[in-house]
Design a protein around this ligand. Structure first.
Ligand code: SF4
Length: 476
């Protein structure tokens, strides 16, 4: 009896169907895995126009909107290496069909990787089908179910080796120092806005930017900048929601006709907005300013603006923050205590709908989860307090902000954190605190974003080595 026959799991794997695309081509996800792991006869690669190509680095898989791989390095023989993005599609015509040619997010694409075919209209096109290093069925078997957490060995950064030499305490200390730099940089940004627009406006801009997440931080900040013009003390929650969504360009352009639970709310928003839209016309944003594709429904800017309307309508958020700061909550209750200030108990519409056109949910959904509370704390609330403490020369307040900064529990990983952890630590090292996560993000910003996938000219490995020597000297 063979090993496979004895192995229930192996038998199951061998017998499961391999998914192939309708047209006989493999699914795009498999093509991405092949490109990512370079399962190609790499010494015989040519693009469609006949030029020989070398793939110096396939790039980093991008799970968000935009091209499939960021920061690849390729070289056409006889030319210098070039860095740019790579888009993977099944057929060349997808470049136009998916609108990549009109999308600025794809402007850095240097190579269009496809299954078969030649023409991507001016873009170097590379077909995988005839240069695989194994039959496609075997590759499908190898990569089935591959997710973003599978890291090929070549992800490792050059700093991985010296970082491995650090003790856990020293590594924590290094992350801690990078994190403190980040807090101070954020705080100086708040201080700069406060000098022009006052502390309260600086706070609103910071909070709104976080609500925009990274896709929509700029339009959100713009709405925060408009608050003095669009808010008045007589506004009700409902009128504020209508005004924010109207100014944002996020109300549907036509009134809904069908009877649906969400339509009544949308009609009532329109009742307010149609009377006001002329007044705010000069401030209104085009709907196209929002990046909505690939967004999780709970992060949709309409939902985030509805939440912000609660904060504004309450009329005392900054004072509530002051009281929270004076209370000095225990480390274990930091997220919960701030969450209580930021999370409205209920919203007649948004507790039951994810979006303006979604059906009623079977049970209510909070307008703000714990992850976003942490984002708001680390990116807005604590840096804002730190900036105020610094500008007032209040050292004890500064120490209290730093205590909370270092005590705040870790949040979810984002894509940058995941990638940086893979490059620096290889193993999925768990970061215990939000401050450590911030420290890692600072390292990514200071070093990875100034280098390339091959870590060329990155000074961080040497810095880590000198850190080791310095700490060893101190220890003696
Ligand atoms: S660019 Fe620098 S910091 Fe980033 S992984 Fe490479 S060596 Fe490490």
């Amino acid at each position: 009896m063979s090993a496979q026959q004895n192995n229930f799991y192996a038998t199951w794997r061998a017998n499961r169907p391999v998914v192939l695309h309708d047209a006989g081509a493999p699914p795009e996800r498999l093509l991405q895995a092949i490109w990512r792991h370079q399962r190609l006869r790499r010494d015989t690669l040519r693009v469609a126009d006949g030029r020989v190509i070398r793939v110096l680095h396939p790039g980093f898989l991008n799970r968000e909107s935009g091209p499939d791989f960021r920061d690849a390095i390729i070289q056409f023989v006889g030319e210098p290496p070039q860095s740019g993005d790579v888009e993977v599609d099944i057929v060349p015509s997808a470049w136009h069909g998916h609108g990549h040619d009109r999308n600025p997010a794809f402007s850095r694409v240097v190579l269009h990787v496809v299954w078969r075919g030649a023409d991507s209209n001016g873009l170097p096109t590379f077909a995988l089908a005839d240069v695989l290093d194994a039959p496609i069925e075997e590759l499908a078997d190898t990569f089935s179910g591959e997710g973003e957490n599978v890291s090929p060995g070549n992800m490792l950064g050059r700093c991985n080796a010296p970082l491995k030499e650090l003790s856990n305490d020293h590594l924590d200390a290094l992350l801690c120092e990078a994190s403190l730099v980040r807090l101070r940089l954020k705080a100086s940004g708040f201080a700069a806005i406060a000098r022009q627009a006052g502390w309260e406006q600086a706070l609103w801009r910071g909070l709104f930017r976080v609500l925009g997440y990274k896709q929509n931080a700029w339009p959100m900040q713009r709405i925060a900048e408009l608050l003095p013009a669009i808010n008045d003390p007589h506004s009700t929650l409902h009128s504020l929601q209508a005004r924010l969504l109207g100014v944002a360009g996020l109300l549907p352009t036509e009134l809904p006709r069908r009877a649906k639970s969400s339509n009544d709310y949308v009609r009532r928003l329109w009742d307010v907005w149609w009377r006001e839209r002329e007044q705010f016309a000069e401030h209104s944003l085009p709907r196209s300013i929002w990046r909505l594709s690939g967004l999780r429904p709970v992060n949709h800017p309409a939902r985030r603006l509805a939440l912000a309307a609660h904060w504004i309508a309450g009329g005392k958020l900054a004072r509530d923050f002051e009281a929270w700061f004076a209370e000095a909550p225990l480390n274990s209750t930091l997220t919960e205590s701030l969450g209580r200030l930021l999370r409205p108990e209920t919203d007649e519409f948004w507790s039951w709908h994810l979006n303006l056109n979604s059906s009623r949910l079977p049970k209510p959904q909070p307008l703000l989860g714990a992850t976003r509370v942490t984002d708001l704390a680390m990116n807005a609330v604590l840096p804002w307090f730190h900036a105020r403490a610094m500008s007032g020369g209040n050292e004890s307040a500064q120490r209290e902000v730093e205590r909370r900064w270092f005590a705040w529990p870790a949040s979810e990983d984002n894509a940058v954190l995941k990638l940086t952890r893979q490059r620096l630590f290889a193993a999925p090292r768990r970061l215990r605190s939000a401050a450590q996560q911030q420290g890692l993000l600072q390292i990514a910003r200071d070093f990875c974003s100034h280098s390339n996938a091959l870590c060329e000219h990155c000074p961080f490995p040497d810095l880590v080595k000198s850190w080791t020597v310095a700490n060893a000297t101190l220890a003696h």
